[in-house]
Design a protein around this ligand. Structure first.
Ligand code: ATP
Ligand code: MG
Length: 443
């Protein structure tokens, strides 16, 4: 348990103080709200500053402009504008509550209210429903500070009602619990499970954003183990897994994070999440959740090679050439991440070897593959003809070739000779190699 810090007035960055003063000098009330207050109390690195004010957004805009501050109308339908001071954005939202959510996603309308307490009551969890002012101090009507000290995620108000209003809060609860290693209050947990079906009504890309953050928390294994109902409701592909597959998934996800020693790439985390699914299912889920193209391509490449390269793990089959083929294949599929993905595949295999209790022989092969990968990576071998220091045009000139498919074949052969160690990727050496082997190369 970490005791929340006491917030001294000097903690507020000068750029935020300037905005707060501009609003209050014009006669309005303003508070710092949400993530900044939570993270400052935790003593975490600075979070972007959000403010709430009783000023209607047009009045805030006017007060800020009069104080010489840049303002952008970023969400005026919800009462939000963004001030920019010293290149730092600060969102200012008029005190508001949200009315009904007939689509379970967006409030049908927002109602502007008079007090900060009313504004705080629409916020999701007690730790996110505190306001702070450098002079007036902390406003904490729902016991957020106490929950922060005890490490508890608790919904503000009736949890079921709050999740029914906006089902995304279900995943946000898991996200905050994962990020801070907090527990979820039992009543809130019950409501999470009860309302999880409503996640089906949430836009997939918003689900994707929350999952991304759950993965970033490094506690995917925990989330899979303790929030099975929620995660299965959030991602239909995961709902297909059997009990045993789920158990293996939990173990593998925790191991991947431990093996990477806190430096697990996000692509590997996503690959671990879908390691019990087919490549097609993983691809569909990631695309639907609007993940970045490199992540989709990387996960696809990892899961495909996880199967396709499995023979490498069999006795006697590990050779430098086969490992290089694997790197080249991953390079081709991911368009440029051959080595990073190869190391990630090794980590997937390492985790799997523990979960499935692979033989010592297979484990030794994994270690050999890793050593070979390290050596190959240090050699900076070219993985495609474009990475040869000799260009196609130069080869054409040296070999007196006309443009055409033959040039491609020649370049592939030169690449093959370089990766096999017959010649190094050095310009002078390649020129003499091409001259000396003209006949074989153009054969
Ligand atoms: P992070 O550090 O991840 O940015 P945050 O608390 O700043 O966390 P945001 O999503 O940026 O989270 O939202 C800012 C604040 O707005 C939250 O602290 C919370 O008070 C409120 N909020 C955001 N989303 C919701 C929601 N879906 N329902 C209720 N309140 C919300
Ligand atoms: Mg935020």
């Amino acid at each position: 348990m970490t005791m929340p810090k006491t917030l001294s007035p000097g903690l507020l960055p000068a750029y935020a103080m300037r905005v707060l003063s501009a609003l209050e000098d014009a006669g309005w009330e303003a508070w710092i709200v949400g993530g900044w207050v939570r993270d400052a109390l935790r003593g975490d690195p600075a979070h972007d500053v959000d403010m709430a004010s009783n000023a209607p957004w047009k009045k805030s805009e006017q007060a800020l402009r009069e104080a010489g501050i840049d303002v952008h109308e970023t969400g005026t339908a919800h009462g939000t504008i963004t001030a920019v001071v010293d290149d730092k954005p600060i969102e200012i939202t008029t005190y508001r509550t949200e009315s009904t959510y007939s689509d379970f996603r967006h409030p049908d309308s927002v109602t502007f209210v008079d007090t900060i307490e009313q504004d705080l009551s629409r916020r999701d969890f007690t730790i996110n429903a505190m306001a702070w002012h450098p002079i007036r101090g902390l406003k904490d009507p729902f016991g957020g500070r106490k929950d922060l000290a005890a490490g508890i995620i608790r919904a503000v108000g009736d949890p079921q009602k709050r999740f029914h209003e906006d089902a995304l809060r279900i995943l946000r609860a898991v996200r905050f619990a994962a990020r801070y290693s907090f527990v979820i209050d039992p009543e809130t947990q019950q409501a999470l499970e009860k309302c999880s079906g409503e996640l089906a009504l949430i836009a997939s890309e918003r689900i994707g954003q929350e999952l991304n953050r759950i993965l970033e928390s490094k506690r995917l294994g925990w989330a899979l183990k303790y929030e099975r109902i929620v995660l299965r409701a959030a991602v239909s592909e995961l709902a297909k897994l059997s009990k045993q597959q789920w158990e293996e998934l939990c173990e593998e996800a925790s191991l991947i994070e431990a093996l990477a020693g806190g430096l697990c790439p996000q692509t590997l985390r996503w690959a671990a999440l879908f390691s019990q699914n087919t490549v097609k299912e993983a691809q569909n889920a990631l695309k639907r959740m609007a993940q970045r193209t490199e992540v989709v391509a990387g996960v696809e490449a990892l899961l495909m090679e996880n199967e396709a390269a499995a023979d490498l793990l069999e006795r006697k089959s590990v050779t430098r050439e086969k490992v290089l083929n694997l790197v080249s294949e991953l390079e081709r599929m991911s368009k440029g991440s051959g080595f990073p993905l190869s190391f990630q595949l090794v980590e997937l295999w390492q985790a799997r070897s523990i979960v499935e209790r692979w033989t010592d022989e297979r484990r030794r092969n994994i270690a050999t593959i890793k050593t070979l990968l390290t050596e190959l990576c240090a050699e900076k071998l070219p993985l495609k003809p474009a990475e040869l220091v000799l260009s196609g045009c130069e080869a054409m000139e040296l070999l007196k070739l006309e443009p055409g498919p033959k040039v491609g074949n020649v370049m592939n052969e030169i690449l093959h000779q370089v990766t096999a160690g017959a010649v190094s990727n050095n310009h002078d050496e390649l020129v003499s190699f091409v001259r000396n082997h003209a006949a074989e190369l153009t054969d």
